[in-house]
Write a protein that binds this ligand. Structure first.
Ligand code: ADP
Ligand code: MG
Length: 384
């Protein structure tokens, strides 16, 4: 799927040097939405869309970055990186270089060629894939490495501190630590995790509503504030609840009347979503796909009705999937207000499912969706 030969010859032609090549995948979250900043659980899988980074050293002290996706080359001084991002794609690899420099790694001059097939800005985390692939590439030049969870944290910091996007740890974590044919239950509190096999007969069908989400837009921070306000009410009665992760549905029953109605609903989603996410991993480990599908359906209703994190198009995409043959479970995935739905579908039915869902959605909304049949893939590594 990701044959490094093309990127290798492109890199050779451009930079007259033989590169080492690294790959890092995009991801889809199966369940656990807006639980990350509550220090709760998420359960993503890495997917077979990825970013490749080819790297070779150079002797002039420059960092030259080329993105095949943008057809653009940018040159920087390895010893004088810009201190902040400039709203450009190069922010992501530069941010990683900047964070690594802060960790004491003196990055030598290098040529980097980037190419990816993760759809950009569609909620499948092309940004984390780019960061993690860049990090492995840079580290290889210095004969350095980090355990996956530490690498993920460094890449998250690049996106938070350098790019300026306030993302959680999930995207970078799964891109660095995913495993072929597995979902990963991540505890966002201590970054401990558990792998759960996704059976061969199950496909991940990702349906893009083509409605753009924006993590930097107003809705995401508003939801976050509202759920944190609910947490503060519970914490004022009971100690040991710094995050909604520590709250229970009983807490909500007891003190919900002191909360703004919207705060109550946001917290109801987050607390119940945490329980569902852990239960979903248990179901997957038992091979109980029916229960997993049921939990995904419940998660979507909670996300849409209580968290108000969905939109008409995403609700439509989920509704239209319900009676299609092969569906195990469907829900809106990602930060919300558009983006993609994730559908677990029987592999044998996946192609027909994707076609029928696309046709139904186009007929109902007038928007032609992009639908991808994916499988859970390995985390970042070197390609030989
Ligand atoms: P998502 O992570 O959901 O795809 P983001 O907005 O977080 O959306 O990240 C997308 C951005 O990441 C792109 O606009 C671009 O700046 C950068 N990016 C991702 N992949 C590449 C690539 N192969 N080459 C250059 N830039 C890329
Ligand atoms: Mg992103």
């Amino acid at each position: 799927m990701h044959d490094p030969a093309v990127l290798r010859s492109m890199h050779r032609a451009r930079f007259q040097a033989d590169p080492a090549i690294f790959v890092a995948p995009g991801r889809v979250n199966l369940i656990g939405e807006h639980t990350d900043y509550a220090e709760g659980f998420v359960m993503p899988a890495a997917i077979n869309f990825a970013t490749l980074a080819a790297i070779s050293p150079r002797s002039d002290g420059k960092i030259v970055l080329y993105s095949e996706n943008y057809g653009e080359e940018k040159t920087f001084d390895a010893s004088a990186l810009p201190p902040k991002g400039s709203q450009h794609w190069s922010d992501y690899p530069l941010g990683v270089a900047h964070i690594l420099a802060g960790e004491g790694h003196k990055l030598p001059g290098c040529s980097v060629s980037l190419w990816g097939d993760v759809p950009l800005g569609s909620g499948l985390s092309s940004s984390a894939a780019l960061e993690v692939a860049s990090a492995l590439a840079f580290l290889s030049l210095m004969d350095a490495s980090y355990p996956g969870p530490v690498l993920a944290r460094l890449c998250q910091r690049a996106e938070n501190e350098y790019v300026g996007a306030n993302c959680g740890i999930m995207d970078q974590f799964i891109s660095a630590n995913g495993q072929e044919n597995h979902a990963l239950l991540l505890d966002c509190r201590d970054l401990s995790y558990k792998l759960a096999p996704i059976p061969d007969h199950v496909a991940l069908v990702i349906a893009n509503t083509m409605v753009k989400h924006s993590v930097s837009g107003g809705d995401y921070p508003t939801r976050r504030r509202e759920s944190e306000a609910a947490c503060a009410v519970i914490a004022s009665h009971r100690s040991g609840v710094p995050f909604l992760r520590d709250a229970t549905l009983e807490d909500l029953e007891k003190w919900g009347h002191e909360m703004e109605p919207k705060s109550y609903l946001r917290a109801k989603h987050v607390i119940s979503e945490n329980l569902r996410t852990v239960a979903a991993c248990d179901a997957l480990l038992r091979g109980d796909m029916k229960e997993l599908g049921r939990l995904m359906g419940e998660a979507h209703v909670s996300y849409s009705r209580d968290f108000e994190g969905s939109c008409v198009e995403a609700d439509t995409m989920v509704a239209l999937a319900q009676d299609l043959p092969g569906l195990i479970g469907a829900r809106l995935t990602g930060g919300g207000f558009g983006g993609c739905t994730i559908n677990l579908v029987e592999q044998a039915e996946a192609a027909a499912f994707a076609e029928a869902l696309g046709a139904r959605y186009a007929a109902q909304t007038g928007i032609v969706p992009e639908i991808h049949i994916c499988h859970a893939s390995a985390g970042a590594h070197r390609l030989e």
